[in-house]
Design a protein around this ligand. Structure first.
Ligand SMILES: [Mn+2]
Length: 246
């Protein structure tokens, strides 16, 4: 049996192709899985469970269908959809996870996280992250009108675009010493995350000489992609149905 991981789909109404890839994935390869983990940034932005986009409603229905077919679905927040709450999770039949979690993945303790918390060189972003995870700040945002929240989401997106243009690519990537601290603190030799849109398997040696790996999930900007983990294999898969047709 396999466990599947996806992240960074950045779904929104203006990108129906990406939503189409997800719907095919949920009705296809995901049905054979033991569990599906969504490690954040499923949506491009999230202004509250009371203001669902057409895409969000469709996606909730498709994830709920997967989950009721017997495949448990888990969701971890990203830096775009951190306001996604219990109401939507229950509508989609998925379980909300804390911001980091160690699971027993077919015998290997594995740390799961969105990945933004590893990008500690980006001091400005980390300050925003701290604020955005504060329950009082979140409640204040959610109390605003839908119109105000949509405007805030647009502003945040513009600010994030400006930020990406001005900050170097090294600063936007993970900090290696933070990565090593995470291996150490959580006592794991494998972690899986997304966020950086730099899919890869990075190999490390921990302080006590043990081999460790950091698997970075692919984003869905050019094609659908998922990570499939079994007891003896780790594969990154882009199903044919999820690749762009010319
Ligand atoms: Mn992200």
């Amino acid at each position: 049996m396999s466990t599947l991981f996806i992240s960074d789909l950045h779904l929104e109404d203006s990108q129906p192709r990406t939503t189409g890839w997800l719907l095919e994935f949920l009705a296809g390869p995901a049905r054979e899985a033991e569990a599906l983990y969504i490690l954040g940034d499923l949506f491009e932005y999230w202004i509250g469970d009371d203001a669902l986009s057409t895409t969000a409603s469709k996606v909730a229905e498709a994830i709920a269908a997967l989950s009721s077919s017997g495949v448990p679905c888990f969701f971890m927040h990203g830096n775009r959809d951190f306001l996604l709450g219990d109401a939507f999770a229950s509508q989609a039949g998925m379980t909300l996870l804390p911001e980091s979690l160690v699971i027993d993945l077919h015998g290997t303790p594995t740390l799961l996280l969105h990945g933004d918390s590893l990008c500690t060189d980006d001091v400005e972003y980390q300050a925003f992250r701290q604020q955005s995870r504060n329950p009082a700040w979140q409640a204040a945002i959610l109390a605003k009108s839908v119109k105000e929240r949509l405007q805030m989401a647009r502003d945040a997106r513009d600010a994030s675009k400006d930020h990406m243009e001005t900050v170097s690519t090294e600063i936007m990537d993970v900090n290696e010493s933070t990565v090593r601290d995470h291996f150490q603190e959580h006592g794991v030799r494998r972690m899986i995350h997304g966020h950086t849109h730099r899919p890869a398997v990075h190999r490390y040696e921990t302080e006590d000489g043990i081999a460790a790996e950091r698997i970075v999930l692919a984003d869905w900007s050019t094609e659908g992609s998922y990570l499939r983990v079994t007891s003896d294999r780790v594969d990154s898969v882009s199903p044919a149905s999820c690749t762009p047709s010319n």
